[in-house]
Design a protein around this ligand. Sequence first.
Ligand SMILES: Nc1ncnc2c1ncn2[C@@H]1O[C@H](COP(=O)(O)OP(=O)(O)OP(=O)(O)O)[C@@H](O)[C@H]1O
Length: 266
Amino acid sequence: MEGVKHIVAVASGKGGVGKSTVTANLALAMAAEGYRVGLLDADIYGPSQAQMLGIGEGVRPHQVGDNQFAPLQAHGIQAMSMAFLVDITEPMVWRGPMVAGAFQQMLNQTAWDDLDYLFIDMPPGTGDIQLTLAQKVEVDGAVIVTTPQDIALLDARKGIEMFRKVNVPVLGIVENMSLHVCSQCGHQEPIFGTGGGERIASQYETTLLGQLPLSLGIREQADGGKPTVVAEPGGEVAQTFRKVARAVVEGVTAQQAEGPNISFGD
Ligand SMILES: Nc1ncnc2c1ncn2[C@@H]1O[C@H](COP(=O)(O)OP(=O)(O)OP(=O)(O)O)[C@@H](O)[C@H]1O
């Protein structure tokens, strides 16, 4: 892809496990590590990155040349989302091929400006968007987000298997909502169980990149358009995301040393 050195997909299998929250924080953490970063929100039906990055409703990208759009800027990263192109208060009643077409258009028509890393916030599942991505661009690696809960792990497994099938290396697992930390007393409780991320990582011979707590702060800061990495850059959560970002760089570099991916083909 023009203007992009490395592409990393962030996927989950199951919805609602915090993939978009993790993608936004991870992209911002990568920027804090000194890289030029972009974020493509591939959730066509339910884009959430505009709100998480604090980009107001109705803000539209500028046109570049004949048929490209300049990504919007937020907290030092470049971003593109369906939310910048349509009225998101209207439901998107589209069939699969239209969704895949819209995604492909965002892939082809965004004028990314000299990015080291482009993170793609994938929609949940293993459908059209995932296939389009694997067929149309060379993805350097995928990060899988899951909670430690069995039902989420089941779907995360499907996500891993899917990326393997299309020859996209899985860089590792991020376990979200690992422990609930009470904002009043600090008591910690493993609401979704324990050890799930570790189990799935070892089963698939990949790495557990990091574990994030279920915390009021993470939710409030993402909803408020200032994800934790930006809102509390010195905090433990931001440090975990920085660690994950460094591991992603290492993973991508290691994959490159092994040689190019075999593309899935058209
Ligand atoms: N670690 C966390 N602590 C507290 N709340 C969280 C955490 N991670 C995510 N959330 C909240 O959980 C909800 C779902 O998160 P998010 O939208 O990131 O998930 P998703 O997997 O991308 O969902 P979807 O499948 O709908 O795209 C959001 O309200 C978000 O603020």
